[in-house]
Design a protein around this ligand. Sequence first.
Ligand SMILES: [Zn+2]
Length: 179
Amino acid sequence: MKLRTILGIVFASPVTLVTLLFYILPFTALGWYKYAGWYGVDRLANPSSPLALAPVWTVQLERSPGWLVKYWAKWGGHCVGTAVVVKNEPGSSKKADITLVHELHHVDQMHRFGFFQPVLYVLSSLCAKVAGEDAYIMNVFEMSARRVAGQIVDPQSFASGYGMCKVHAQQQASNNKVP
Ligand SMILES: [Zn+2]
């Protein structure tokens, strides 16, 4: 393990301790989550990205209560402290790996900002909300994680850009019809 990773884990440990003790470990004891191992750059095909090494848990949907299954229907994974929970087993599909890269980038953010990260995350969401934007989609920490994972960084402008291209193509087609 690199020194930078060790320092990052220590810096974020006040947050990770709380999430492990009050969330991940109890859910694991109940059989709802299963420990999958440590994941990082060495296990993924993106050695140039600054991803952190982190312990990963997978959700055991068939053993989870209804409210938890309902929660996970909407999400692919999340990062709590420097621990990651994902719905689909890492390596089971391309989508599962994209989600894991996204969440590992959130771990990297935790390593950089430590216990300030959750505060900065909420502030970024508030800034987006005040500006009339979506608090989750336009959060800079989410945009950064989507960029690293190769996902669409700004779905709103992507959709409007795509819409404009379609209108332009339709105009071109109708202009070509006119003699
Ligand atoms: Zn995210």
